[in-house]
Ligand binder design. Sequence first.
Ligand code: DOR
Ligand code: ZN
Length: 336
Amino acid sequence: MNSLEIRTPDDFHVHLRQGPAMAAYAARTARGFGRFMAMPNVVPPLTGPAALADYRRAVAAAVAASGYASTPLSCFKLVPGMGREAVLACAAAGAVAGKYYPTGSTTNASDGVPEPAAVADELAAMQDAGLVLSIHGEDPAAPALERERAFLDVVDGIVGSYPRLRVALEHLSCAESVRAVLSWPERVGATITAHHLSYAIDDLLGGGLRPELFCKPVLKSAADRAALLEAAVSGSPRFFFGSDSAPHPPEAKAAGAAGCYTAPVALSLLAAAFEEAGALDRLEAFVSVSGARFYGLGLNPGVLRLSREGWTVPAAVDGAVTPAAGRTLAWTAERI
Ligand code: DOR
Ligand code: ZN
């Protein structure tokens, strides 16, 4: 197959940052995706309705200036002490999700949640408001490669304690998580990134160290990647695309920051991964249908065309290094 047309996709997990760099990152995502969920771990964080609305306006303005039609979806950051009223106010301000970062688990998460009991009122409010609880599922106290697995019991406790709460476990990285998601009720879904579907830990550090592939949760084994790919191509409505595209300036990456800037290459990587699995016909379900249904949204109008044209990824895009920098990818993506 040399070209494929799918319904315009969505990205249910992307970091656009704040300040002058944000406009380019927002435009890059708008180019490929009809909607995107902007993550709230900006500085200062999005923990209340005013900050959420301001950020959404700024992102929407950047998207409008880009000339691409794309809609930002809002997600607030869940922090202890926030309170029920603030959660409900975020919902009223248009939030569709709230993000649970275990304290210290990743970039700008020092103000995160130490344990679910610390946000019990907030989780109850989210359940009442019909918001999705988006979870960075890692226990930062566990060894690096075991952090996700070590957090599954915490997620299990939340799923059990809030029987109507919808939960999205973000950026799955290992086979145990796939099995756990399938063991939970249908109100629990999960995102999978393009980088976790495309690379394993040996790509990151088996040869020369490739910092552009360093992210949290860290890439796991080839068997884990295979399990993620199997889930993504399965057509199960539980699994959908969230890029976790997370740009850092070169000096931050050099200092060890976690994050893969995949927005410029995500659709090319996804097409290659689905092709590898012999499942290009299921790409649309993963990237354009299942996530929208999980979030209770209609499907996007419009079409994305993927073409096997071959392109060489520039060394840097928007001032950040992407996975596959300097390499040739088979598929290009263009909204038509
Ligand atoms: O690698 C990551 N980078 N993982 C995350 O969870 C956050 C992200 C970021 O914001 O840099
Ligand atoms: Zn993220």
